[in-house]
Design a binder for this molecule. Sequence first.
Ligand code: SF4
Length: 153
Amino acid sequence: MTVVAEAPTFLWLEITGRCQLACGHCYADSSPLGDHGTMSAADWRAVIDAAAELGVGMVQLIGGEPTLHPGLAGLVGHALAAGLQVEIYTNLLHVTAALWKVFTLPGVRLATSYTTRPTQPAMRRSRAGRARMPGPARTSPKRSAARYRCVSA
Ligand code: SF4
């Protein structure tokens, strides 16, 4: 029997573990104490190039809060130049004028989520607890996806 692996068409790139918030339901355990991990901008550009070569059509830049990553605009530009569409998954808490310009570039789209449920910090670091917490609604079209995350050891 021959097994043929299907190349992903959509790739999540978790470029930071930092966020202004520390939601109890956060699947990534992001908070103001989070960092940008060990991946350099050059590392992320290499991942983006590899994604384009694989036939990925869109990368989503997410975290944490991607707008807190100092290299976000550059990574968006690199992905667009590589022929990829870009989705930025942001909490929209604070977007600078410069980033709004990036957000309106052709090929860039935004995604966000919100919840009306109160956060429960006591459950914040418990994966089991978080599994019981209903998270914000997230919609995603049927697609082949892969997630790539690198955090500092
Ligand atoms: S805003 Fe999003 S990334 Fe930030 S802590 Fe809340 S769920 Fe996590």
